[in-house]
Unconditional design. Structure first.
Length: 318
């Protein structure tokens, strides 16, 4: 059941003029070459590589504690799925001890390679990319649940070493990672000359996190095969601005990893385009939006939500 929350209703009703932003941007994206894996003869793990390259970009920009990575939730015990031992070919997930050893090894590898603000040599890049691919698959566990048919599981016997765990990256994924980080170096080298804030958190909506603030521009990083902007991205970026009271953000932007293309807008211009209202006021929109958030935390909304769910059950049973 899809429930239309007050937040979704606010966002969808106020930010309707997405074409004012997407038309020119999509034309540029369609004219840009796209970096794809060399071969797609099998089910390539695009989602995992999308997470992996975001980790790799983060490691190039600033130091981030390992225990603050989303994938660390799995390492510290979030992953509680059972061993798959009753199939004809048993499958084993990595032990907690191996995942902790992987985490410790990643921390030492980052300290040794020093990837912030510089290109790595071929072997070093492939090594760090291997760690990031594993993080990408672990990230999938937090989003999608226990993927018992995924590459994190091993057949016949559990993986015993970090090297065995890193080997799941495979040649094709590593080639893809290397080409994507090279495109990032070329497209965004000016980022390293500015202040960096990774994974900014907004206290008014703690579950909503941006990717990186570069100078005074908040960027989201997207790894999409589709050469067009998703309107959901634009509306989410609007939410960042409306709940922000912690950071100096004057611009909002997107970096499209597979195209090596970035876009950014002055936040005042962004809201004028997105609302179609030349008089659009960020303070007024913020006041309205924060009132919606407060309502969703109220007993009134909790009671209303119960009624919606109850009515939905009655409708399905008829």
């Amino acid at each position: 059941m899809i429930i239309k929350t007050p937040i979704s209703e606010f966002i969808n009703s106020h930010f309707t003029c997405t074409k004012a932003i997407t038309v020119d941007a999509n034309r540029q994206l369609r004219a840009s070459p796209m970096a794809l894996p060399k071969s797609t003869q099998y089910a390539y793990p695009f989602a995992a590589i999308g997470s992996a390259i975001e980790y790799r970009i983060m490691f190039s920009l600033a130091k981030i504690p390992i225990d603050q990575l989303n994938a660390y939730r799995v390492i510290r015990g979030f992953w509680v799925g059972p061993e798959i031992t009753d199939d004809p070919i048993p499958r084993h997930r990595p032990s907690r001890e191996l995942l902790q050893a992987f985490s410790d090894s990643l921390e030492k590898t980052l300290a040794r390679l020093k990837p912030i603000g510089r290109r790595l040599g071929r072997d070093s890049e492939r090594l760090l990319a291997s760690y990031c691919v594993v993080l990408g698959f672990l990230d999938g566990v937090t989003r999608l649940g226990d993927p018992s048919n995924g590459p994190l599981y091993s057949q016949h016997a559990p993986r015993r070493s970090i090297e065995e765990l890193l080997a799941i990256a495979g040649k094709e994924c590593l080639q893809d990672m290397v080409q994507l980080i090279e495109m990032f170096y070329e497209s965004c080298k000016d980022w390293w000359t500015q202040s960096i804030t990774l994974s900014p958190v907004f206290p008014k909506e703690p579950l909503l996190r941006g990717d990186v603030i570069v100078g005074d521009c908040l960027y989201d990083i997207k790894t999409s095969k589709n050469p067009s902007l998703n309107v959901k991205w634009l509306r989410q970026m609007a939410r960042y601005i409306l709940i922000n009271d912690s950071y100096q953000i004057n611009r909002i932007g997107l970096y499209l990893v597979r195209q090596g293309v970035s876009f950014s807008w002055d936040i005042e211009e962004f809201f004028i385009l997105l609302t179609g209202d030349k008089q659009a006021s960020i303070p007024s929109l913020r006041q309205e939006y924060l009132a919606v958030i407060d309502y969703m935390r109220s007993d009134e909304w909790e009671q209303r939500l119960k009624e919606i769910i109850s009515q939905s059950r009655i409708t399905r049973s008829q």
